[in-house]
Write a new protein. Structure first.
Length: 171
């Protein structure tokens, strides 16, 4: 569990380390045990004549930013990875367009009884997912999408517990 203090330290470090011209507002930083994801907010494009044109321009700007900043992002990521012992991944948000560059997809082992496996197999058989692993990932995304407020409240409560633990006596 990542404490609020640890998250604030990481956000502060990136805030001081990222070039100001890369963003129109502070970067979004999310952290788990394996990865730090830095999502930068870039200036939006001029609206096109159609939504498809605007979306294409946003995707083009995201691609150009990725190529133009590659070396500098790699250098920053190496520093952060050494400092925080986590992989650093990057993403951008331009208007309604959000794009994550190379990021982790960590394998997760789980034991499921037959009723749960049947749910996954139904999703595979229906063409919703290519495999049980994809079906399980689909289920997790669905829960996160529909239970976002509840999950946010649970994460906040866990953070408070972690903060209290750090203030307790040491062994």
């Amino acid at each position: 569990m990542i404490t609020n203090e640890a998250l604030e330290r990481v956000r502060g470090w990136f805030s001081g380390r990222l070039p100001q011209d890369w963003q129109t507002e502070p970067a979004d930083i999310s952290i788990d045990r394996d990865e730090i994801v830095v999502t930068l907010h870039l200036p939006d494009v001029e609206p096109g004549q159609t939504e498809a044109e605007t979306e294409g321009a946003r995707a083009g700007r995201a691609s150009a930013f990725r190529e133009d900043t590659r070396e500098q992002r790699i250098a920053i990521a190496r520093e952060a990875q050494h400092r925080y012992e986590r992989t650093v991944s990057w993403g951008v948000r331009i208007g309604e367009h959000e794009e994550l560059y190379t990021h982790l997809a960590s394998p997760t082992m789980t034991r499921l009884r037959q009723p749960q496996r049947q749910v996954l197999d139904t999703l595979v058989d229906a063409g919703v997912a290519r495999s049980r692993a994809d079906a399980l990932a689909w289920c997790v995304r669905l829960v996160a999408q529909h239970e976002d407020d509840w999950l946010a409240e649970l994460r906040e409560a866990m953070t408070h517990v972690a903060d209290v633990r750090t203030k307790g006596p040491t062994a």
